[in-house]
Every structure is written in structure tokens, then in C-alpha cells.
Ligand binder design. Structure first.
Ligand code: FAD
Ligand code: SF4
Length: 476
């Protein structure tokens, strides 16, 4: 056994082939090509099939990772995909955007001495294999329970909850404010990281499970939650509306023409297809010299989209050092390769007007790292007298988002915290309002796709229990 482990540890990890950086920096096609079947089998053969599967404990939706990798080794690719789908309805999405390096792959035993098994790449491979071979298996559903549930918001959390409730036999309606389902997966994460056809296919699976999708339905405006529960006969609601309200810097000049939040910029590029110019004539700020302000995934996406829309120069301005950047390491690496210029330990202080109401430069100040702050990261402190200006024609603040109060302000009996996030029990998603559950970014603040999915799963379990309890109470 020891020799087998040692042998496997010396086998190199199979990396995915990618489009060359300077080519992909000017197109919206996906960056990695994905594994061939032989590459997938070769990578799967590095897995030790550990008895307790420590990798599985690192997965918020508990995919049976050793089992699906074992099926790849046997070249049973469709069965491997069905195995993943037992626990995760969005494998093609998660295989692409989940931070595996801090979740399942961080726990992989192979990672102790060498490189962990590429679990994310393998998950992506089996999901794509299923798509290419046109065999979408729909599980058999139980007898209808006669219970109705409404899910508000069709991001990864809402989609997961809807699937689990449908699989439990409930009648599920998914209400979405936008004209397309998918949440951030469709309007935020760009095509070159997550092709929209993939999200659409995963949504199709959810439709085939019998979930009714109602689009262009802003809950809080079109219907209130009370109307759904009392008038429309829903027995329970799951609120999973994300945290999509952009934050700004609050510095002079932020309302000049050419300053646009990353949220709006990415929505115009992705959801409104500005990247398909001239087929779609969507108005969007296409700058020659663009400054993106921030250091998370959203900033990285905005910078790389600006480059692909034709910018000659894209600066990424971040007040801390690269080690503190919250973005995924792989995305930072890709941005460097594509030629984004990182201006680290730099903070914008004001935007400068060209005299006609347009931004023409950003003034910045140099920063140095001081003592750790409450987040444990070293606090950036301005260096006196180090101000300088950078000529730009577009600025994109990507400083994070917060809760949108549009729905919650119509629910006075719902407890929200000081920042407007909904208070919900961690294990079940239950809120202060009877029959109303919540999860995802609207409870935790901006987090990740898989954490929203985990919350959707726990809320579906909570709703199942609640519906049984409600039914028993009714019978009594
Ligand atoms: P969302 O995905 O935000 O979906 C909420 C949905 O609810 C939206 O469709 C919205 O239109 C709808 N809605 C809102 N209000 C209403 C209403 N009143 N009525 C009806 N519908 C409503 N995470 C990762 O794991 N990996 C990444 O690489 C990554 N990259 C990201 C890149 C960007 C640009 C952004 C913005 C986020 C990224 N994230 C990433 C974070 C991740 O996408 C989110 O944490 C996740 O999508 C949250 O899921 P959710 O279901 O809670 O909400
Ligand atoms: Fe395979 Fe790593 Fe999971 Fe062990 S921990 S079963 S090696 S993926």
C-alpha cells in the first residue's frame, strides 16, 4: 500500500490545456479547454480512493468524491456524472467556479506531499461529457405531496433548494426578477469563465424536474411574500435573492461619466450580451485606459472583460498587497498572464473631470501595510505626500456588494440585521417569519456559489420538516 501511495505521489497532476494568454485576452471563449477522456482517466488514476474520503468533508454539498472518481477510472463517465448529481445539481458550474483549492482539494491526502487530485477539473469533465453525449438523466420523482413551495431568486442557492424540494415531491415555483434564470452565474461571471450555455443547460435540468419558472417577477413589487403565502396558497417560501447592491468608494468625482459599478458593467457585458457587438448593440463603457478598483473575483472579472472589450491598458488598483487579495489564485494568475497591470498598495482618492463631465484621470495615494485589523489582514495605511495621477477614461469600482432592501422592507415581521441581511437559523434557514426560510448571500453577505448551494440544501431539508410539522398541526 505504502509503495502504491508513493508511486501515485510521483505522478504529475494533469493540468488542463488553455488558450494562449494573448489570444484569449481578445476573445470571450472559455480559457481552459477541459480534459479529454484519456486525460481525465490519467488524473483520476492519481486518486487513492481513501476509505474515509477526507475530500468529501471539504465539500459543502458532500458530493461522494471518491466514488465518482472511481467511476472515471473505469471509464464510466456518465455514471460518474450521475453520482455527482446525486448531491450537486450544478456540476458543470461548480467544476468551473468553485474555490476547490480551499475546499475539497485542500483536504485531499495527495496534497499532503504533492499536488492534490484535480477534483474540480474532473467534476467539470463528467458534467461536460454528459452534455456532449446528450443523456440528461432525470431521477424518478416521488408521489406528489400536495404541498406548494415558492423559491425567490434563481441563483445557485435558489436552484439547489428548488431541485431538492421538487425531488421531495412538492410543487415548486421559482420566481426570478430578471428575464433569465441563474443569478450571478448568468449576469455576473463572464462567458470566458462560465459559458452561459452551460448555466442554461443546468437550468433545463431543473425545469425537467417539474419546477415552474416565473421570470420578470420582482417579489416585493409584483407580489409580497404574504400574498404568496396567504393568497396564492404557498405553504412555504425560500428567499435567496443574493446581495446585489453595489458599494462605492465615496470619493469626489464618483458620479462623473465613465465611472460605472462592476455590477452594472458585468451585467451589461454578460446578461445584455454587450460582448457580442455588433450582433447586440448594448451600450457599455468601452474604455481605452480602464482602472478597476478592488481585489476580489468581481474586480478580476471586470478587468478581464474590459480588456476583451478592446481596452489598450487595464489597471487593477488595490489598496493591499497581492497576498491579501480575496480573488481566487487561478483568476489572479490568469489576469497577470493576460497583461492586466496590478497597482498594489495603492488607493484612489478622487476622480478628475476633463471639464466636460467625463472622468479623465484617477488620483491615487501609495499605501503601506500596518498592524493587522479585525479581519486579521494587515491594515493598509496611506504614505503621506505620495499622491499621483493615472490617466484613464473608464473607472470601474468593484468593492463588493450588500443587501438590497427592496423585498425585505415589505416584510416588517422579518428580522434583518443592521446591514439588512436576513437573520436565519444556520441548520435550517428558518427565519423569524412563519413558513419563510432564507439562505445564500442575502443571509451571509457575498460568499461563494457552493456556500449558497449548501444553504439551499439545508433550507430544503428545513422546509421538508416544516411542511410535515405544519401538516401534522393541521391534522390535529
Ligand atoms: P445570486 O446568485 O445573487 O442570485 C440571486 C437571484 O435573486 C438573482 O437572480 C436576482 O436577480 C434575484 N432576485 C433578487 N431580488 C429579487 C426579488 N425581489 N424577486 C425575485 N428575484 C430576485 N463565487 C464562487 O464560488 N466562485 C467564483 O468564481 C465567483 N465569482 C464571482 C464573480 C462575480 C462577478 C460575482 C458578482 C460573484 C462571484 N462569486 C463567485 C460569488 C457567487 O456568485 C455568489 O456568492 C452566489 O451567486 C450567491 O448565490 P445566491 O443564490 O445567494 O444569489
Ligand atoms: Fe482521492 Fe484525494 Fe479524495 Fe483521497 S482525498 S479519495 S486521494 S480525491
Amino acid at each position: 500500500m505504502e509503495t502504491m501511495i508513493e508511486e501515485k505521489k510521483t505522478k504529475p497532476r494533469v493540468d488542463m490545456r488553455e488558450q494562449p494568454p494573448l489570444v484569449r485576452a481578445r476573445n470571450f471563449l472559455e480559457v481552459p479547454y477541459g480534459y479529454t477522456p484519456d486525460e481525465a482517466v490519467e488524473e483520476a488514476s492519481r486518486c487513492l480512493s481513501c476509505k474515509n474520503g477526507p475530500c468529501r468533508q471539504g465539500c459543502p454539498v458532500e458530493v461522494d468524491i471518491p466514488a465518482f472518481i472511481a467511476l472515471i477510472k473505469e471509464r464510466k463517465f456518465l455514471d460518474a456524472c450521475y453520482k455527482v448529481k446525486e448531491r450537486n445539481a450544478l456540476p458543470a458550474v461548480c467544476g468551473r467556479v468553485c474555490p476547490q483549492e480551499v475546499q475539497c482539494e485542500a483536504r485531499c491526502l495527495m496534497g499532503k506531499k504533492g499536488k492534490s487530485v484535480a477534483i474540480g477539473n474532473l467534476e467539470r469533465f463528467v458534467a461536460d461529457y454528459e452534455a456532449d453525449h446528450g443523456d440528461m438523466k432525470i431521477p424518478e420523482l416521488p408521489k406528489p405531496t400536495g404541498r406548494k413551495a415558492a423559491v425567490i431568486g434563481s441563483g445557485p442557492g435558489g436552484l439547489t433548494c428548488a431541485v431538492d424540494l421538487a425531488k421531495a415531491g412538492h410543487q415548486v415555483t421559482l420566481f426570478e426578477a430578471l428575464h433569465k434564470p441563474g443569478g450571478v452565474l448568468i449576469y455576473g461571471i463572464p462567458e470566458f469563465r462560465l459559458p452561459k450555455a452551460i448555466v442554461e443547460r443546468e437550468v433545463e435540468y431543473i425545469r425537467k424536474l417539474g419546477v415552474e419558472l416565473v421570470l420578470n417577477a420582482v417579489i416585493g413589487k409584483l407580489h409580497t411574500i404574504d400574498e404568496l403565502l396567504d393568497g396564492d396558497g404557498y405553504d412555504a417560501c425560500f428567499i435567496c435573492i443574493g446581495a446585489g447592491l453595489p458599494m462605492f468608494l465615496g470619493i469626489p468625482g464618483e458620479n462623473l461619466n465613465g465611472v460605472c459599478s462592476a455590477n452594472e458593467f458585468l451585467t451589461r457585458a454578460n446578461l445584455m450580451k454587450a460582448y457580442l457587438f455588433p450582433e447586440y448593440d448594448t451600450p457599455i463603457k468601452r474604455g481605452r485606459r480602464v482602472a478597476v478598483l478592488g481585489g476580489g473575483n468581481v474586480a478580476m472579472d471586470a478587468a478581464r472583460v474590459a480588456l476583451r472589450l478592446g481596452a489598450e491598458k487595464v489597471y487593477l488598483i488595490y489598496r493591499r498587497s497581492e497576498a491579501e487579495m480575496p480573488a481566487r489564485k487561478a483568476e489572479v494568475h490568469h489576469a497577470h498572464e493576460e497583461g492586466i497591470e496590478f497597482m498594489l498598495l495603492t488607493n484612489p482618492t478622487r476622480f478628475i473631470d476633463d471639464g466636460k463631465g467625463n472622468v479623465c484621470a484617477v488620483e491615487c495615494i501609495k499605501m503601506e501595510l500596518g498592524e493587522p485589523d479585525e479581519s486579521g489582514r494587515r491594515k493598509p495605511v496611506p504614505v503621506k505626500g505620495s499622491e499621483f495621477q493615472v490617466e484613464i477614461d473608464v473607472a470601474i469600482p468593484a468593492l463588493g456588494t450588500r443587501a438590497n432592501p427592496l423585498l425585505t422592507k415589505t416584510m416588517p415581521d422579518l428580522t434583518v440585521n443592521r446591514s439588512g441581511y436576513i437573520a436565519a437559523e444556520e441548520g435550517t434557514g428558518m427565519t423569524s417569519k412563519k413558513g419563510v426560510f432564507a439562505g445564500g448571500d442575502i443571509v451571509t453577505g457575498s460568499a461563494t456559489v457552493i456556500l449558497a448551494m449548501g444553504a439551499g440544501r439545508r433550507a430544503a431539508n428545513g422546509i421538508n420538516d416544516y411542511l410535515k410539522w405544519k401538516y401534522w398541526e393541521f391534522k390535529a
